[in-house]
Design a protein around this ligand. Structure first.
Ligand code: MN
Length: 197
C-alpha cells in the first residue's frame, strides 16, 4: 500500500463507500492532472486536488473559486487521495466519512509555475515550502492560481488566490454548475448515483 494513502484508507470502509480504494497503479500522462470536486457533505465545499507524485494532494475550499485576484479563499489541506479518485462522482453513504453527493466540478491538466534559481521546483517541494503556483487548464478554471500556507494558526490552513493574468476577472462570477465529467447537476447525481457503483 502506498504510504501516502494511509490516512485516506484509514478513514474509509470500502465495503460501504463506493469511493475508489486506491489500489490501482496510475497511468502515465505527460501533464499532471487536477480535479475539483463539489461536495455536498455536512457543509457544501469544493475539493481541489492536484496530482503530485502519483496521488492527488487535496485541499477543501469552503467558498469555492473566484477569478478575482483581490479575493483570498481559505483552503484546508486534507489527506492525499488516490489518483483514480479524479474519476469519482457519486454518493458517499450517510454516516460514512464525507457522506454526501460528490460532483466532478472541474477537471483538466496543470502546469507548475514555481521556478527557483531558473529551475522548476518540484511540486512536493512547493507544498513543503507552503507556496504552490499552478496554471490550470480546466473546463471552468483557467490561468494561474496560488496556494499559500498561512503563517499563523493551523498549518493546514492555506489561502487560494487567483493570479493576475488574462483570465483574471474582478467581481463576482457565476459558474456553470454542471459536472465536467458527466454534465449532470448535483440533483441528478443524487438521484442516479455515480461512476463507481
Ligand atoms: Mn470533501
Amino acid at each position: 500500500m502506498p504510504e501516502k494513502l494511509k490516512k485516506y484508507k484509514a478513514k474509509r470502509d470500502f465495503e460501504r463507500t463506493p469511493e475508489p480504494a486506491g489500489n490501482k497503479k496510475k497511468k502515465s500522462h505527460k501533464e499532471p492532472i487536477f480535479v475539483v470536486h463539489k461536495h455536498a457533505a455536512r457543509s457544501l465545499h469544493y475539493d481541489l486536488r492536484l496530482e503530485i507524485d502519483g496521488v492527488l494532494a487535496s485541499w477543501a475550499v469552503p467558498k469555492g473559486f473566484s477569478m478575482d485576484p483581490r479575493e483570498k479563499h481559505l483552503a484546508v489541506e486534507t489527506e492525499d487521495h488516490p489518483y483514480e479518485y479524479a474519476q469519482f462522482e457519486g454518493i458517499i453513504p450517510a454516516g460514512e466519512y464525507g457522506g454526501g453527493t460528490v460532483m466532478v466540478w472541474d477537471m483538466g491538466t496543470y502546469k507548475n509555475l514555481k521556478i527557483k534559481d531558473g529551475k522548476e521546483m518540484s511540486m512536493a517541494a512547493c507544498v513543503k515550502a507552503g507556496r504552490v503556483e499552478v496554471l490550470l487548464e480546466g473546463t471552468k478554471l483557467k490561468g494561474g492560481f496560488a496556494l499559500v500556507r498561512m503563517h499563523t494558526g493551523d498549518p493546514k490552513h492555506w489561502l487560494l488566490i487567483k493570479e493576475r493574468d488574462a483570465h483574471a476577472r474582478e467581481g463576482q462570477r457565476r459558474w456553470r454548475q454542471s459536472s465536467a465529467l458527466t454534465g449532470r447537476t448535483m440533483a441528478q447525481i443524487k438521484r442516479e448515483g455515480g461512476t463507481y457503483e
